[in-house]
Design a protein around this ligand. Structure first.
Ligand SMILES: [Cu+2]
Length: 180
């Protein structure tokens, strides 16, 4: 597990640099903003509910060909009176889908798998976003193409299992389509 996390961290550091290079070649405008605007014209992120949980704002980001990993992002609101926990995630696009936490330790961005999953406290919203908690698609078996959707299955301790779809936004997007 340590080895895969190291690979993932390296990829996460490389990807912004590659995205920047692509943006400067393609257009002087911000490619991520353009992508988000384009997405927004078609669809806002879908809202899914399972038990007391509401899942909204889900998205993933386009990847370069042969990219080893991708990230999944969404907000999870627990409308119930009992804590819940995201125990596991899976997707046909990746050999393994993990629940990760990313944070800065000094100057180093580190990500670690959360061995006990992600707590969703009663009455609270937990955000999975670039730079924080996220789903990590390990060993992608395909490139993620902007404008398509990625199916993901999430399993919660109490609410159970739900199939959702994450829209693929631009390669450096910070939000799904519809946010400006
Ligand atoms: Cu990660």
């Amino acid at each position: 597990m340590l080895r895969t996390c190291f690979i993932a961290a390296s990829a996460a550091i490389l990807m912004p640099a590659l995205a920047f290079a692509q943006a400067t070649v393609a257009s002087p405008a911000d490619a991520g903003a353009m992508a988000a605007h384009h997405m927004g014209a078609h669809s806002a992120a879908a809202v899914f509910t399972v038990g007391d949980l509401e899942l909204a704002g889900g998205f993933t980001r386009a990847t370069l060909p042969n990219a080893p990993v991708g990230g999944g992002f969404l907000t999870i609101t627990n409308h119930g009176t009992a804590d819940d926990r995201l125990l596991s995630a899976s997707s046909p696009i990746a050999a393994d889908t993990q629940i990760h936490e990313m944070k800065m330790e000094g100057d180093v961005m580190k990500m670690t798998e959360l061995p006990d999953g992600l707590l969703i406290p009663a009455g609270e919203t937990v955000t999975l976003s670039p730079g924080g908690f996220h789903l990590m698609f390990m060993s992608l078996n395909q490139a993620l193409v902007e404008g398509t959707e990625v199916p993901v299955t999430l399993t919660f301790e109490h609410a159970g299992t739900i199939d959702i779809a994450l829209g693929v936004a631009g390669i450096s997007a910070d939000a799904p389509g519809g946010h400006h």
